[in-house]
Design a protein around this ligand. Structure first.
Ligand code: FE2
Ligand code: FE2
Length: 274
């Protein structure tokens, strides 16, 4: 099974890259399942129902999110009818939407997607480790699910690595999101789980985390907010990850970063040449 993940889409330039590149990428890779993190897609803050639908139309099967999920208030409402969008798993009980779901891939496989959020340098949420454990107990690899993907939305690489080892051998792929900078530590862990600390954002890298450089720099220099953060408008790099999953075991056999367009050096997976 072939799986694609697209990192945090930031603003209009990120959306343009997804619209332009994702359908072709999905086709080229013959991907069976595509997950996209959309938490920054509406002006850098949150996601609207229309944007969510545009990602599904461009070839995403599931939209994951993170700490920015509710920045557009309509998300609190539409998430209840949009089964393909997830919010962080470990928000307090009673939070709208859900943090995990079982989805059908193009090859017929049942894919469990879980979207926990870290607590180091972030909000004080329920324990993400215990939350993930509960989901894996309810729908284990090889029992309820043919493949399991976790988008761990977290700041600290230590927390991401710890979570990866926690689920190693029980999950197909654990991808980190939130830092908006791709890491070079893509690997298959000893137990067979594919892992990367951060997929990177899909946005303009001539920026501060996808935002126009001027205001972040001003705030660092003066400690006074001058204006709102606005997404940078240059050409985005679509950043993501490709993972090959063994159909029999549900564990990973290959992982590669993907980078298309914009300022970053292009990278495409070399294991789907056929
Ligand atoms: Fe983000
Ligand atoms: Fe985030």
């Amino acid at each position: 099974m072939r799986l694609l993940f697209v990192g945090d889409v930031v603003g209009r330039s990120g959306r343009k890259a997804v619209e332009a590149e994702l359908p072709g990428l999905r086709e080229r890779c013959k991907a069976d399942f595509v997950i996209l993190n959309g938490e920054n897609s509406a002006g850098g803050f949150g996601i609207t129902e229309e944007i969510c639908q545009s990602f599904l139309d461009a070839g995403a099967d599931v939209i994951t999110t993170g700490n920015h999920v509710w920045d557009q208030r309509e998300a609190l409402v539409f998430i209840e009818r949009q089964e393909r969008m997830l919010r962080p798993l470990n928000y307090p009980e009673g939070t709208p939407g859900r943090g995990a779901g079982l989805f059908k891939a193009a090859n017929g496989a049942d894919v469990l997607v879980i979207n926990p959020m870290g607590r180091v340098f972030m909000s004080d949420l329920e324990c993400p480790f215990r939350g993930v454990e509960k989901e894996l107990k309810a729908c284990a690899l090889g029992e309820g699910a043919d493949a399991i993907v976790i988008d761990f939305h977290a700041e600290a690489t230590s927390e991401k690595q710890a979570m990866a080892h926690f689920v190693d051998g029980r999950v197909s792929f654990l991808v980190g999101t939130h830092t908006h900078v791709p890491t070079a530590d893509d690997q298959i862990l000893t137990g067979g789980t594919a892992y990367i600390s951060d997929a990177g954002m899909s946005g303009d890298y001539d920026s501060v985390l996808g935002m126009d450089k001027e205001e972040p720099l001003n705030r660092f220099m003066t400690r006074i907010s001058g204006s709102r953060f606005e997404p940078a408008k240059g050409e985005a790099t679509l950043c993501g990850v490709a993972v090959e999953i063994d159909d029999a075991s549900g564990l990973a056999s290959a992982i590669s970063p993907i980078r298309i367009g914009g300022r970053l050096r292009p990278v495409e997976p070399d294991f789907w040449g056929d």
